[in-house]
Design a protein around this ligand. Structure first.
Ligand code: 6MZ
Length: 363
């Protein structure tokens, strides 16, 4: 396990509000309990529980959102989540979150995202690079992204890019607002759009106009696809040709064929799929089939807080369940670099990080 922690890794499917430390959630719940907003004893066991159905997971997210949706807390959890990923040698993190409007807190989708960016700026345990490289170097002074400074100080460094999530509960207009916000925030490290939320809620045609617009404007897109067996939707999503998809659990034969010929990379979240019973047992997980045919895939955590996991644990689970050795694990992590949504400069720097780690770890 230690070896898997020390190995560099890329995380491409992590929801901000799903990745919060339990200790932070409990602290926030206690404070709201004292204020009489919630009853602490009612929510404590919900937070501590780590085995939930897919339906229960979305109820938990509603609770988490009550605890976290104010600007200060959004900033805090962003900082903590990035630092937690960096602590286990995630060298590139694509963090996704749903911009939220909350009138009672004076929060707009934009101010929510500004609080997220504040959180990135507040990261202290590692150097963080979150601004696109083509920008004026002066603008990225805050991000400690200057290469030489990280070499000189030999501090750990993490690249972070943001994806804005459209929640399946949203209307076409709300989805469009998120895409426009993503476009406005490109120079703050927003690289793409995700479609997520309760898979039994909402219809593909509601989100399509916003997703099409995102694609036309050159934003990358990734879709939660096939968390439930909605075959019409799965086929429409594959036809849409997103740059990546998440999960791909409930595909039929025809959909597997379509996916494999499309070469669309799949974000695989093993623990999440097992815990939510989307896949009944790890030994029948589609990871094996995709891995064996060399389909592009990347191991991810989904919601490391909600499912009590970490990226190293996901690699450990894959290694022990599917009999993969160190070299295979390292190569799996390394190929993830090819599916990131950041610019080629970042890709190249990550390739170099993996090359030098390969030497150090004698791969
Ligand atoms: C679908 C999921 C998810 O955006 O508030 N989310 N959507 N399937 C999943 N698999 C279990 N896990 C998380 O983070 C929480 C939100 O991410 C989506 C849900 O919309 C959830 O409310 P943010 O930071």
């Amino acid at each position: 396990m230690e070896w898997l922690v020390s190995m560099p890794k890329v995380e491409l499917h992590a929801h901000l509000n799903g990745s919060i430390r339990d200790s932070t959630l409990l602290e926030l719940a206690r404070v709201l309990g004292e204020k009489g907003v919630i009853v602490f004893s009612d929510v404590e066991h919900v937070i501590r529980k780590d085995d939930r159905s897919l339906v229960e997971v979305f109820k938990l997210f509603d609770l988490i959102h009550i605890l976290t949706t104010d600007h200060k807390t959004v900033t805090r959890i962003t900082k903590e989540v990035v630092e937690d990923f960096a602590a286990e040698n995630v060298v590139y993190l694509e963090l996704r979150t749903t911009p939220k409007r909350n009138d009672s807190k004076g929060m707009s989708k934009r101010s929510y995202m500004e609080a997220v960016v504040e959180g990135l700026r507040a990261v202290t345990t590692v150097d963080i690079d979150f601004l696109p490289h083509k920008l004026d170097a002066r603008a990225s002074a805050n991000s400690s992204s200057a290469n030489h400074s990280s070499h000189e100080t030999k501090r750990k460094k993490i690249y972070v890019r943001l994806l804005l999530s459209i929640d399946r509960r949203e209307t076409t207009e709300a989805a469009m607002e998120t895409v426009k916000l993503a476009l406005e925030m490109r120079d703050l490290g927003v690289v793409g759009i995700d479609l997520s939320g309760n898979p039994i809620v909402g219809e593909w045609r509601t989100f399509l106009p916003a997703l099409k617009f995102a694609q036309e404007q050159g934003l990358y897109t990734t879709l939660h696809c096939g968390e439930v067996p909605n075959h019409e939707e799965i086929r429409s999503m594959l036809d849409f040709q997103p740059q990546r998809i998440g999960h791909a659990c409930c595909f039929d034969e025809e959909e597997w064929r379509k996916l494999k010929s499309s070469k669309i990379p799949v974000e695989i979240c093993l623990t999440s799929n097992i815990r939510t019973d989307t896949i009944s047992s790890i030994d029948i997980h589609h990871f094996v089939d995709l891995y064996n045919v060399n389909h592009p895939l990347v191991l991810c955590t989904d919601d490391s807080g909600v499912f009590a996991t970490s990226l190293s644990k996901e690699y450990k689970l894959a290694s022990s369940s599917f009999g993969l050795g160190k070299r295979e694990m390292f190569e799996l992590a390394r190929t993830g670099v090819e599916f990131i949504f950041a610019d080629d400069g970042v890709k190249q720097e990550l390739r170099e990080i993996f090359n030098s780690a390969a030497k150090k770890l004698e791969m």
